[in-house]
Design a protein around this ligand. Structure first.
Ligand SMILES: [Zn+2]
Length: 213
């Protein structure tokens, strides 16, 4: 029996396709405030989770690609804002590697520090820098599982030539997370949030220390 499997397509919400972007976002705070605004609109318009990201061209500070969380509407656990922004940027560049040429340099700005999955995607993406607003602890505080991320994740990115800047406009980014929490919107962790941790994988810190010894 032949199966027909669906193509994979994840769309940005319609409001984002019609959003009026500035020509350029010169300061890092400008870029972060745009991303926080997109995360806020994603919550207010109920088109996904409280997270947004965007890829900017480091040379001219222009937006290349935005992304917002689409896990619930797209029926896709990987549809995090960072993955969407990076993938749209790569589609627009017609290349899987945003650092494919010596002159190309792209920055990912994320409203919250990346989860374990998005952290893993960063070196593959070819970006040269990462800017974060809220901390992963801020996301955990409203119930999101950030996954088994190594505690020295920032060092690991820097060791691969990816610059990392954290806590940019953190207060404003956290306000969007808290707004989502206050609205009692879905917290879409895997397995309905049932964490089946064994003594082999107790916690993030255990994960890190076991492998460093
Ligand atoms: Zn993620």
């Amino acid at each position: 029996m032949a199966h027909v499997f669906p193509d994979i397509a994840i769309s940005l919400p319609a409001w984002l396709q019609h959003y009026s972007f500035d020509t350029a976002y010169p300061a890092v705070e400008n870029r972060m405030q745009l991303v926080i605004e997109l995360s806020r609109l994603n919550v207010e318009l109920e088109t996904g989770g409280p997270f947004a990201a965007a890829v900017f061209d480091v040379r001219n500070h222009r937006l290349l690609a935005p992304g917002v969380n689409r896990v619930v509407p797209a029926h896709a656990s990987v549809a995090h804002a960072e993955i969407i922004a990076l993938t749209i940027a790569q589609q627009m560049q017609h290349h899987f590697d945003l650092g494919a040429t010596p002159e190309s340099s792209y920055e990912l700005v994320s409203s919250t520090e990346p989860c374990a999955m998005c952290f893993g995607a960063l070196p593959w993406s070819g970006i040269s820098s990462l800017v974060c607003g809220a901390r992963d602890a801020d996301a955990r505080r409203i119930g999101f599982d950030e996954g088994p991320k190594h505690q020295d994740w920032q060092h690991q990115l820097r060791a691969r030539g990816i610059q990392v800047q954290t806590d940019v406009c953190r207060k404003d980014a956290v306000a969007v997370l808290e707004c989502y929490g206050d609205k009692n919107m879905p917290v879409y962790n895997g397995r309905a949030g049932k964490r089946q941790l064994t003594h082999h994988s107790r916690s993030l810190s255990d994960f890190g220390s076991r492998h460093e010894k």
